[in-house]
Each structure stands twice: as structure tokens, then as C-alpha cells.
Unconditional design. Structure first.
Length: 126
């Protein structure tokens, strides 16, 4: 499947590189995921254009806490397919779940979200 969720008809796009890195920590005989980073590079070319444009994106996830009590597997119906585009899969934001953790919602304006995050980081510098 494609890495692109929606592409205008007048453009063609192809991945230039896809890199993933996952780190695990060994605790009490088991391995736990601690960090994930993905780097994606795309080349986009308009049908009536001579040159193509290059786009680079990355995503990162850091896991800071583990809880192993009352853990059960997800039901098959709750699992997302491997080709799923997660910005289309996320159905809502539960503020009670995230509490004071920093979370950037996919539908929010990125610059505005980063400004809010910077204000919160400034609270810790004072």
C-alpha cells in the first residue's frame, strides 16, 4: 500500500527512503519497547513540472513508564492493519488519559501546537 493517504491527481509521488529504528530495554527477562523513530523521504513531481520537490518527515515515540498488572491482549477487531494511515485512524483525544503528557493531535495546526508546547517548556525554565 501507499504511504500517502491522499494525493492530488496532478502529482506523482514516490518514496526515496524509509528508515525505522526501535530500541528496547531488557527488564526482568523481557524486552520492552523504549523508543521508536521513523524517517521518511518522498519525491513529488507535478505532471506539468520539470523539477520534483523533496519532502522529509519523521515521527518519534518515547515510552517512559511500564505497567504490567492487569494486561491483556487486544481483540482482533481492535488491531489496526499494518498499512493503516494513523492520522486517519485516530478517532479522538482523551485528555484524561494523557493528563500532563505532551501530545500533538494530528488535526491541530502544527505551528500553534508547538507554540503551546514551548510555553509549557518555559514554565520549567523559570
Amino acid at each position: 500500500e501507499s504511504f500517502i493517504s491522499r494525493l492530488p491527481r496532478e502529482y506523482s509521488m514516490r518514496p526515496e527512503y524509509v528508515r525505522y529504528r526501535a530500541r528496547y530495554r531488557h527488564i526482568n527477562g523481557r524486552y520492552y519497547l523504549t523508543h521508536v523513530r521513523g524517517d521518511l523521504g518522498f519525491s513529488a513531481k507535478g505532471r506539468k513540472r520539470v523539477f520534483s520537490s523533496h519532502f522529509n518527515i519523521f515521527f518519534e515515540l518515547a515510552i517512559t513508564e511500564y505497567r504490567t498488572d492487569n494486561v491483556s491482549r487486544f481483540d482482533h477487531e481492535e488491531l489496526a492493519p499494518v498499512y493503516s494511515v494513523f492520522s486517519k485512524t485516530i478517532t479522538g483525544y482523551d485528555a484524561g488519559y494523557w493528563k500532563d503528557f505532551d501530545f500533538l493531535k494530528p488535526e491541530d495546526d502544527l505551528l500553534e501546537a508547538l507554540r503551546k508546547l514551548n510555553v509549557r517548556l518555559g514554565e520549567f525554565n523559570e
